[in-house]
Structures are given as C-alpha cells and as structure tokens.
Design a protein around this ligand. Sequence first.
Ligand code: NAD
Ligand code: MG
Length: 387
Amino acid sequence: MKNIILLGATGSIGDSVLSVIKQNKNKLNLLGISFNSNIPKAKYIINEFRLKNVYSESDESHKSLKHAFKNNYELNILKDKSELEELLNEDDVDIIVSAISGFAGLESTIMAAKTGKTILLANKESIVAAGDVILPLAKKHSTEIVPIDSEHNAIFQCLGFDKKTDDVSKIVITASGGPFLNKKISQLSKVTKKEALSHPNWEMGAKISIDSASLVNKCLELIEARYLFDLDEKFFEIVVHPQSIIHSIVTYKDGSSICQMSNPDMRVPIAHALSVNDSRLNLDFSKIDFSSLSLTFQKIPEDRVQIFNIARYICNNRGSSGIIFNAANEIAVQSFLNEQITFDKIYEVIYRTFDTVSLSKSIDLETIYEIDNQTRIEAKKVVKSIS
Ligand code: NAD
Ligand code: MG
C-alpha cells in the first residue's frame, strides 16, 4: 500500500488523482490533503476517503472544518506550516503530489523536496521559478521527482528505466495550440474570458487554461523540461499537435523516435506516476480509436515565437529570469481574469515587466520571494499603464 499526501487536492489535478486512487484502493491510500478555499470539496474528500489529515492556511477553511468535524477524533486539522512539514516527513508517507496552482505551490514543493519521498510534480511554476533550488535539494535528500505534466510524463516514460539522456538527439514537446491557435495576437483584443477558458481538449484550472490559450504554458513547460531532464534547450523542439494524442516524442541518436500516446486525460500520466517503480495501475481510460485517427503537426505561429525566445533565454541564463517571467505572467493572467486587460495584452505585460526588472545571476530561498514580490509590483504598474 502506498500512502499519499495530495497538495492542492480541491483542484483539477486533485480530481484526477482522487479518481485514480479510487480505482486502485488495494494499492493506494490517501493519507492527507492540503487545499485553499473550496471547503465543500474538502469536506467531501475528507468523508469519501476517511481522511486522517487535512491542512489549510486559510482561517476560514480551518474554522469551518474544525466546526464540521468536531466529533471526528481521527482527523487532524492542521494550520501551521510546521505541522504540514511534519506530516510530509512522517515515516508512512510514500508519495507527495504537488498540485497547487502557481507560485503559491513553491513553499510546499520545497518542503516536499527535503523529505526523501517521491514527489509527483504538477506545479510547474515552482520549477520555473526555483528549479535551481528545488532540484539540488531533492538530490541532496534523495527525493525522486516524477512529472505528471502530460508532456514531461511522456518524456519520462519514453526515456525508459534508467532515464539516461546520453543517447538522446532531440525531444519534441507537443502543444495543442489552445483555443486561439489560428488567430493572430492582434485578433485577440476582443476574446472573452469564457472563450479563453474553453480549451478544446483538456479540462483544467483557470490559470493553466489561460496559459494554454496564450501558449505561455508551453514556455513554462520548456523551462520545466530543461530542468527536469537536465538538457540544453537546444534539444527541445516545440511542435503544435492540435489533437493532443501524442504527448511528447524522444528521438535517439540512432534515428528511433519513441512517443507516448493517450486520449487527453490527465489521469493517464497520473496513473503512471503513482505506479512508478512498480507494476501499472488500473484505469477506466477511453481507448484511442486508431483506425479513425488523424494526427497533424504544425509550427508554432510566427507571432508567438518572441515569447518562446524569452523562454529559451531563461533556459540558458537561469538566475532570477524564471522567477520574473513566472510572476509577470501570473499578474498578467490574473489581470485578464479580473477584466483589467484584454487577452492580447498578456504578452505586453510579460515583455515590459521582463525588460524592467533587473536580472540577477544566482538565487537562493530568500531572494526568490523578494524577486517574485518586486516583479509583481512592476507588473501591476504595467497593467495600470495599459488598462
Ligand atoms: P486548480 O486551480 O484547479 O487547483 C489548484 C489547487 O491549488 C486547489 O486545490 C487550490 O485550493 C490550491 N491552491 C491554490 N492556491 C493555494 C494556496 N495559496 N495555498 C494552498 N493551496 C492553494 O489548478 P490545476 O489545474 O489543478 O493545476 C494545478 C497545477 O498543475 C498547476 O501548476 C498547473 O500548471 C499544473 N497542471 C495542471 C494540469 C491540468 O490538467 N489541470 C495539467 C498539467 C499541469
Ligand atoms: Mg502540460
């Protein structure tokens, strides 16, 4: 039996993880969750999984759970960070799923990196901002990181058991292109929130849905891949594949290309990652109908190349550049969702903020938060100047 702590349990990735656990109750046990504000969903999870531990920093969530579960003496309702850290380090914890959205997931991902357990990583923003801190910490503490972002999980599977990249000549990361693939940026000034949130293939949380529509998600994923597989950015090619059936392709130096395929369903990479180093789990997945399948590929639209050039610059220069890119994007996305800026201005907020905040060559745990904070202030100024 593998015991799991699910950080960010009430979100979209949380749902997929819970569904895989439910289908594999003989092998997987949910030991604890963290969440932010979705109290009804947290209550449902607590009851459904007979949970022993729940953590939320929010006063309202904590109070509400204390009241609702005052007679449940089996349930630990945690609020202090030190309690969360203790929980993650408990002997019987095997797997920690990092599924909080955005930079908010960094703190608990860093805690998880120090445990020596297995991290299932969805929270790409923490790697983009702090890969240079998290990966050395994980290495030092023998913490294994298994990606559940579908493209990275695909690469992980295609690399085989030893995960060696010595013989790799190229890695193709596929991109669906999102809902605005065939529109120029200049045509995006009038798109609505609803249109931007409606991804053609995947159902996801709001932030990553907007990132997918702007293709910034793929920029974050390029940086994430650069860190997780420790390869130069030159190895990675981004190709638009609107059907989202092939999740990534690894080409070896002898000419073989290996890909991983499934219908777009996050439970597939999650089921793989939850079974890592063990036999595969069961999943009621929808089968690909190969006889009626038509797969197409195309280049990244010309006017999105500039944003990918920044992502490639970040892969090469590291330091604080990933923190700045991520924070500028988080403010831009929030400002779009708050209807302060139009969709096309997301790019402008990122470009102008990235040009304004000075880059530093190295980062540590303290400076990450300072730089993130400073960038958010600058990005908000840009938003104000164009809204
Ligand atoms: P979501 O918005 O649906 O859920 C986010 C979760 O994080 C919720 O449980 C929420 O309570 C929690 N959370 C948010 N802010 C928090 C805070 N300050 N403290 C504690 N918890 C907090 O997001 P999602 O779509 O599930 O995405 C989660 C992560 O997984 C993101 O980094 C995203 O890029 C990545 N990811 C998602 C998908 C997908 O299909 N949804 C695919 C690949 C990668
Ligand atoms: Mg992805």
